[in-house]
Design a protein around this ligand. Structure first.
Ligand code: HEC
Length: 137
């Protein structure tokens, strides 16, 4: 009886430890990137515009190094990243609302940098989103 109880305890400890370890080390996936509701429904006040190619210029300056020219995730820095990037021209990315793309692009998380300081103008931020829309295939 005594040994039984001990082994039950031992097994549950190992079990819990394993579950904890798996939960802790399993990589993040693009699907579990929760966007706060207030961003999801945010309206793009400049939908469809790319004044003087500002969006394209900013994309080339800040985003291309990782996401690549066409958004495929094949930029020059892509090889140094641990997080997988989804193809920005793909349906999965393009099906999201402008607000969702804004949140992911400007606020970011982990290896996707935050651009609040680098792209300060609200209008410029939307121009980048509009440019990303033009990458759609
Ligand atoms: C240092 C490399 C790097 C740079 C520079 C970068 N990104 Fe990213 N980006 C990433 C990585 C890595 C992910 C995946 C993040 C994740 O899923 O946790 C990502 C994800 C995204 C996503 C989410 C796509 C999806 O899965 O829904 C968008 C949108 C995005 N980036 C836009 C941009 C824009 C716009 C810029 C420039 C203003 C930019 N990124 C600059 C690395 C970068």
């Amino acid at each position: 009886m005594k040994t039984n109880l001990k082994s039950i305890l031992a097994f549950s400890t190992i079990g819990l430890f394993t579950i904890g370890l798996v939960a802790f080390t399993s990589p993040q996936t693009a699907d579990d990137w929760e966007v706060p509701a207030k961003y999801k429904t945010m309206k793009n006040p400049h939908a469809g515009e790319d004044t003087d190619g500002i969006g394209e210029d900013l994309y080339k300056q800040h985003c291309r190094s990782c996401h690549g020219n066409e958004g495929y995730g094949d930029g020059s820095k892509a090889g140094e990243l641990e997080t997988e990037m989804r193809d920005l021209s793909s349906n999965e990315v393009q099906a999201q609302t402008d607000g969702e793309l804004y949140y992911k692009s400007i606020i970011g998380r982990d290896e996707m940098p935050n651009f609040e300081k680098k792209i300060r103008s609200e209008e410029d931020r939307w121009m980048v989103i509009n440019y990303m829309r033009s990458l759609k295939e």
